[in-house]
Design a protein around this ligand. Structure first.
Ligand SMILES: [Zn+2]
Length: 210
C-alpha cells in the first residue's frame, strides 16, 4: 500500500485539518497515522489523515484508545495545540467578527476554567439566557457564565459605571480562573453580553437586564 500523499489528503479534507477543521497550510500540515505505525498501523489512506503538525507530535504513537479519549475530552471544541514557535498573529480588527479567540497564552487557556468550577446559576426565577452566538468560544462562554453568576449575586450593588464593571470583571476572571483576561477578550465579552441584551452601556453608565 503506498503512502497517501499529503496533498491528496489535504484535498480530500478540503484543505482543513482533520481534527480542528481550521484551514491548514501545507507547511504546517503533517500526516497522522490514526493507528500509529509503531502499533501496526498501515500507510493506507484509510489510516492516514492530514492534521496540524503540533497535534501530530502530541498524538505521537499513543494508542487509538488514548487518541479517542483526547478527542472526546475537547467536548466538540477541538483546537490543535498552538505552535510554540509561532509568531503571534496581528491583532484582529475589533470590527472583524471571528470565531477564533484572541490568543493570550502560548498554551491556550481552554480547560483552565475547569480548575475553578463556576457556582451553579440560580434556577428559581432565572430568566432563560438567549442562546450563545456560535462565534463565541467555549472559554468566553464560561467566563460569561462566571460574570453573570457574580452579577446576579450582587443584586443592587452591581457596578453602575462601565469602568468599574470592566475592572470588576478583570478581577473576577483573574481570581476564578487564575488567568488574566486580555483587553481584547474583555471587550468581546462585554460585546457578547450586550448582544444578548444582558446589559446596556450608555455614556459609560451600565444598566442590567439579568
Ligand atoms: Zn488542527
Amino acid at each position: 500500500m503506498s503512502t497517501p500523499h499529503l496533498d491528496r489528503l489535504l484535498f480530500v479534507q478540503g484543505g482543513l485539518c482533520f481534527f480542528c477543521k481550521q484551514p491548514l497550510p501545507r507547511a504546517e500540515a503533517s500526516i497522522e497515522h490514526l493507528v500509529a505505525s509503531a502499533n501496526g498501523g498501515t500507510n493506507g489512506e484509510d489510516n492516514c489523515v492530514a492534521c496540524c503538525r503540533t497535534l501530530n507530535s502530541l498524538l505521537g504513537s499513543k494508542s487509538i484508545k488514548e487518541k479517542i479519549q483526547i478527542v472526546l475530552n475537547q467536548h466538540g471544541d477541538f483546537r490543535c495545540p498552538k505552535n510554540r514557535e509561532q509568531v503571534p498573529a496581528p491583532a484582529l480588527s475589533p470590527l472583524a467578527p471571528s470565531a477564533e479567540e484572541t490568543p493570550e497564552a502560548p498554551d491556550g487557556d481552554s480547560g483552565s476554567l475547569l480548575k475553578a468550577p463556576a457556582p451553579p446559576l440560580p434556577v428559581e426565577g432565572a430568566r432563560s439566557v438567549p442562546t450563545a452566538s456560535p462565534t463565541v468560544s467555549k472559554t468566553q462562554q464560561d467566563r460569561i457564565a462566571l460574570v453573570l453568576a457574580d452579577l446576579r449575586k450582587r443584586g443592587n450593588s452591581r457596578p453602575r459605571k462601565e469602568a468599574t464593571l470592566t475592572s470588576t470583571i478583570q478581577a473576577l476572571i483573574k481570581q476564578r480562573t487564575n488567568q488574566p483576561i486580555s483587553d481584547a477578550n474583555l471587550k468581546k465579552l462585554l460585546q457578547e453580553m450586550r448582544r444578548r441584551g444582558l446589559l446596556t452601556i450608555l455614556d459609560g453608565n451600565v444598566t442590567y437586564n439579568l
